[in-house]
Design a protein around this ligand. Structure first.
Ligand code: TGC
Ligand code: FAD
Length: 386
């Protein structure tokens, strides 16, 4: 059965170089990750060695310039996210957090010394990063964060807890956002700093091939050189989210495409009432409708990539993409699952694994409600978050 994105000949909208990058990422994943993803998901693990393999592939911080990063276009980064999430949202999430949150926060707001120290190792996957904004009591509303950084002589002392932090238990360095007397500031906290510990969150029903952790900071003493000097308000962490949300706009197209592909393949071979189930009009309605939705999501992603490359992409436009494409992807993953009947609940097939992962994607990086309110704010000029 054909690739659903061929319906509108969407690959013809890409350059040869973009198609090559996408194909290289897809080929790596098909050899090194796809064969293992079901068992990683079942065991609830993400092997640390994968970081260096992804580093060699060149996808960690690939859209950043310098410091060992590939410096590709936004679109090439998006296409890599698409292929990563076509395998599993957990793999895309690892790459998003490493490149768009940890590395981007250092690249954009760090000192030259911080960039030299961390970016080449993070790009190579020799070090792993995480990004701690969310707290147990402050998710959608990070402005209320309780984590505090207080000056003590020339040092800072941090206290607080961050929750639901992707890569937290694996990370060699955490970008931690804290309230200070002067407003929100960012700090680089290396693993091993006294008073800093992590605790992995167990029993997840979603994002099982991803490490999600609590970060605990108890009188963590850091020098001034650990502060990100160019981050001067909540605007800094929120601007990092734009980068990761952009990757999700593409990534979710991958999860949707893979789910639909599984349904297309299955419906061509599963016989009921002496016919392939693909021959029934109700099945075709589902397949056709999902193909239209995934094509729309991809066209929206390509449009946002063009705006990003032109330097005009606005947060509310990213909200349109994040809201629409996650909602489409989870609907497609669930509908694809129905076509697989009872087999659809087995780990042998991807749609329910994608749907379960997308429950997290629906919530993190701004819930659908938050993105609708961002769009509403842009349309009406009235902020209704609080
Ligand atoms: P508000 O007063 O609106 O904004 C504070 C300042 O920030 C500016 N701003 C942005 N700047 C750049 N990009 C954005 N997206 C921005 N959103 C806001 C804003 O202009 C203002 O600047 P200034 O200079 O005037 O001070 O702040 P608010 O407290 O009212 O909150 C607004 C709201 C709700 C949109 C924001 O807090 C929000 O986005 N909440 C959602 C939180 C969230 O998404 N957390 C994600 C944590 S990281 C994560 O989930 C990683 S998952 C793993 C993976 O990515 O794979
Ligand atoms: P809440 O903010 O408590 O929201 C609960 C419900 O209330 C939602 O339906 C929400 O839409 C609704 N709601 C809240 N405010 C409003 C409002 N104003 N109007 C209408 N409805 C509203 N965070 C990080 O900092 N770093 C990470 O690496 C990271 N990784 C994550 C990985 C996973 C697997 C998950 C699940 C989460 C991760 N997060 C991370 C946290 C994530 O960003 C938050 O879960 C998210 O921002 C939502 O916060 P919350 O869970 O506290 O929900």
């Amino acid at each position: 059965m054909q690739d659903p994105l061929q319906l509108l000949d969407i690959p013809s909208l890409l350059s040869d170089e973009e198609r090559d990058i996408q194909a290289t990422v897809a080929a790596f994943l098909s050899d090194h990750v796809r064969p293992h993803i079901g068992s990683w998901f079942e065991q609830g693990v993400l092997p640390r060695e994968l970081a260096q393999e992804l580093g060699k592939l060149g996808v960690l911080g690939m859209h950043l310039e310098g410091y060992g990063c590939a410096g590709t276009s936004a679109l090439a980064y998006g296409l890599a996210c698409l292929e990563l999430e076509a395998v599993d949202s957990g793999i895309r999430s690892f790459v998003s957090v490493q490149g768009s949150l940890s590395m981007y926060s250092i690249w954009k707001y760090g000192s030259e010394e911080q960039k030299q120290e961390w970016l080449p190792r993070l790009a190579a996957g020799e070090a792993i990063g995480c990004f701690g904004l969310t707290e147990p009591d402050f998710g959608s509303n990070p402005s209320g964060m309780r984590t505090r950084a207080v000056r003590d002589g020339s040092d800072w002392v941090l206290n607080g807890t961050k929750m639901w932090i992707t890569n937290g238990g694996l990370a060699d360095v955490a970008t931690v956002w804290a309230q200070t007397e002067e407003g929100v500031r960012g700090f680089l906290v290396p693993r091993g700093t006294p008073g800093f510990s992590t605790q992995d969150i167990k029993n997840k029903l979603s994002m099982r091939a991803s490490v999600t952790s609590e970060l605990i900071l108890e009188d963590v003493r850091l020098p001034e050189s650990a502060r990100l000097p160019l981050a001067t308000s909540l605007r800094a962490p929120l601007s990092c989210l734009n980068e990761a949300r952009f990757g999700i706009v593409f990534g979710t197209v991958g999860a949707a495409r893979d789910s639909l592909q599984a349904a297309l393949n299955y419906s061509g071979t599963r016989i009921q009432f002496d016919k392939p189930i693909a021959a029934f009009q109700l099945t075709q309605r589902k397949l056709a409708s999902m193909s239209v939705q995934v094509s729309n999501a991809m066209l929206l992603a390509l449009h946002l990539a063009k705006l990003k490359e032109a330097g005009t992409l606005k947060p509310e436009q990213i909200s349109v993409g994040k809201y629409n494409n996650v909602e489409s992807a989870i609907a497609i993953a669930r509908e694809s699952r129905t076509i697989l009947g009872a087999n659809g609940i087995s780990l042998e097939y991807s749609p329910l694994r994608h749907a379960n992962n997308l429950e997290s994607v629906l919530t993190y990086e701004g819930t659908s409600d938050i993105h609708l309110l961002s769009i509403g704010h842009a349309l009406t000029g009235i902020a209704s978050f609080r």
